[in-house]
Design a protein around this ligand. Structure first.
Ligand SMILES: [Zn+2]
Length: 278
């Protein structure tokens, strides 16, 4: 059971080394390292991470935003492959077993264009993962929040089916946003998870979740919402985190959930943790 935050919460004002005590006081034991501008972690922070693993903290790494294995530009793909290899070495050096990455964009946004981009991404991943020692590192392609980005639920399943080292990162807010508000009931959330379980049963247990509420428009994601914020029309923030947690309990999923709620990740993560153990 892992509940955590992505990056240093804005409400925490201390030093990085003191963050974990603060998270622990909130019943949180997960931290997603935001390498969104490059796979780099200072030596001091590496030591802090290793130390806190001994205290029961779980760390994952979010890959840089510029990684784009689905790009039409061969140079971008080659560079992304090299970057991913660096990320895997970095993860191994600090005993991190989950790297989250965005499948990318820049392809032709047609059915055929998307198919080609996913096929290319699968080939690229299978290439670089066969060229190095993966250790215990697994790669998590994440559901994209915008309708045009790669990473629909079907595409994530397709990647995980075809890449030995890929496991699903199900960002339920992104899923809700890119499907223009699809997760309107507990039954629908359950059907999405069931679909994953049926398609890739051996990978279901290690799903990585991102969960928070989100505002969206006709092109998908607009903005992550603050924990407790209502939607612009005054209705409760969606997707409904109570429904989400209750589905996990019904399906006996051991949760690994990172919150990305705007400026309030720890509140939302603690809320989900408390609901889960109730
Ligand atoms: Zn992400």
């Amino acid at each position: 059971m892992v509940f955590g935050v992505a990056g240093v919460p804005t409400n925490f004002k201390g030093k990085f080394k003191n963050l974990f005590e603060w998270l622990g006081e909130r019943n949180l034991n997960g931290y997603e390292i935001q390498c969104v501008y490059g796979f780099k972690i200072s030596e001091e922070n590496k030591r802090i991470i290793l130390e806190n693993q001994k205290n029961g903290f779980y760390f994952s790494i979010h890959a840089p935003y510029y990684i784009n294995l689905g790009s039409l530009n061969a140079q971008v793909v080659a560079r992304s492959k090299a970057n991913m290899k660096e990320g895997i070495e970095l993860a191994k050096s600090i005993n991190v077993t989950r790297i989250i990455f965005h499948p990318g964009g820049g392809h032709e946004n047609t059915e055929n264009g998307r198919k080609l981009a996913i096929k290319q991404l699968i080939e690229a991943v299978n290439e670089f993962t066969s060229e190095i020692d993966m250790g215990n590192v697994l790669l998590y392609p994440e559901i994209g929040g915008k309708t045009a980005s790669l990473g629909s639920l079907d595409e994530i399943i397709e990647i995980c089916k075809n890449c030995k080292y890929c496991y699903p990162c199900i960002d339920i807010a992104h899923l809700h946003a890119r499907e223009i508000g699809s997760l309107t009931s507990k039954e629908i959330i359950k059907s999405k998870l069931q679909k994953i379980k049926d398609a890739i049963p051996d990978k279901f247990e290690k799903i990585h979740f991102h969960a928070y509420t989100i505002n969206y428009g006709e092109k998908g994601e607009i903005k992550h919402l603050h924990f407790g914020d209502t939607m612009p029309d005054g209705s409760v923030g969606m997707p409904n985190l109570d429904d989400f947690i209750s589905v996990l309990k019904e399906m006996n999923v051991d949760p690994y959930i990172i919150s990305e709620a705007l400026d309030s990740q720890e509140l939302s993560a603690q809320y989900m943790h408390d609901l889960y153990i109730k």
